[in-house]
Design a protein around this ligand. Structure first.
Ligand code: P6P
Length: 335
């Protein structure tokens, strides 16, 4: 898909949203998410100068040591989303409990987000990202409840991620919509629309597998056989350790990204609401496949899960159909 922006003719995220969303509250919500991504990109870029590297000195919901940038990015997103007037429930990786937005400033949407996913990479300047998924509340009245967000991934109305890399790129889609790519022009302070209707390479693209092989002793036999197959078939191994970066490369180049359940983490490591689901919506929209592999006794399409806890984990096997089907074939054979 060719780049649709040029120095003399470009469309900003706000212009694109106004032209493509008829729902004002959703337009404002997505514009506020874009603003928070810009502010987070700026914080990451100046962290070395502003003394924002290093630990904050507390733990998050997963018991992970919080970095200063984890806390700052989370505050940026929570403030931007509450101020949007479009949200009623917020779920963040950084907050143990859901944030129920006060009725007087509440709106129709529920947002699950990881404000700075892969932040363990930030102090050595390796790319990180923000991941988000948006639901529309279903409970009556203006006050949201956690039930409005503990729902199947099929109810998600919009999802996306922002990658803080050499360029800051925002990739998003509305349910059943096309995947759109925007690149931040820092000199304009605007996300510029660069690609529309992004698709994973036809035929599966580059032979790349992406996983943390440090966990291989704990893997089940199906995953071990799958990775052995990729090695025997001359696949390249690529693993950044930031889900946004590994998924962005998978979407654009092809291949697959795998974070399976294993003996140490029987439900996998990645979170359903703000890692698995948003990435699954995007991957399916670009023509890929997003599965949990064998999970709770059956091979599940990721978006069909119904989480019961806001920080629930799930195994992630996503990418081009060619490679995900190889992994699922081993699960079917070993079942
Ligand atoms: P590991 C980052 O902590 C993260 O949540 C994802 O961004 C990434 O894909 C994964 O965990 C990396 O986990 O165990 O390989 O360090």
């Amino acid at each position: 898909v060719e780049n649709i922006a040029s120095e003399s003719d470009f469309k900003t995220l706000t212009q694109w949203l106004m032209a493509n969303t008829k729902d004002l509250e959703l337009t404002v919500l997505m514009a506020q998410l874009g603003l928070a991504c810009k502010a987070t990109s700026r914080a990451c870029a100046k962290a070395g100068i502003a003394g924002l590297f290093g630990m904050y000195g507390s733990e998050n919901s997963s018991g992970d040591e919080q970095k200063k940038l984890d806390v700052l990015s989370n505050d940026i997103f929570v403030n931007a989303l509450v101020k949007s007037g479009s949200c009623c429930v917020l779920v963040s990786e950084e907050n143990e409990e859901p944030i129920i937005v006060p009725e007087e400033v509440a709106g129709r949407f529920c947002v699950a987000f990881d404000p700075l996913d892969g932040s363990s990479n930030i102090d050595c300047n390796v790319s990180t990202g923000t991941i988000f998924a948006v639901y529309e509340k279903v409970s009556p009245g203006k006050l949201g409840t956690v039930k409005d967000i503990l729902r199947t991934g099929n109810d998600i109305v919009a999802a996306g991620y922002c990658m803080y890399g050499a360029a800051t790129e925002l990739v998003m889609c509305f349910k059943a919509g096309k995947v759109e790519r925007f690149a931040l022009d820092p000199s304009l302070g605007e996300f510029v629309h660069t690609h529309s209707n992004v698709k994973i390479p036809e035929g599966g693209g580059k032979k790349i597998y992406s996983c943390n092989e440090g966990n291989s002793l704990n893997w089940d036999e199906s995953i071990k056989s799958s990775i052995a197959f990729f090695k025997e078939n001359k696949y390249a191994a690529r693993y950044v350790g930031s889900m946004v970066s590994d998924v962005h490369r998978t979407i654009l180049y092809g291949g697959c990204f795998i974070y399976p359940a294993d003996k140490k983490s029987p439900k996998g490591k990645l979170r359903v609401l703000y890692e698995g689901f948003p990435m699954a919506l995007i991957v399916e929209a670009v023509g890929g496949v997003a599965s949990t592999g064998m999970f709770n006794g059956s091979i599940q399409r990721m978006l069909d899960l119904v989480p019961t806890d806001i920080h629930e984990r799930c195994p992630v096997i996503l990418g081009c159909p060619r490679d995900v089907e190889i992994v699922l074939s081993y699960y079917k054979k070993d079942a």
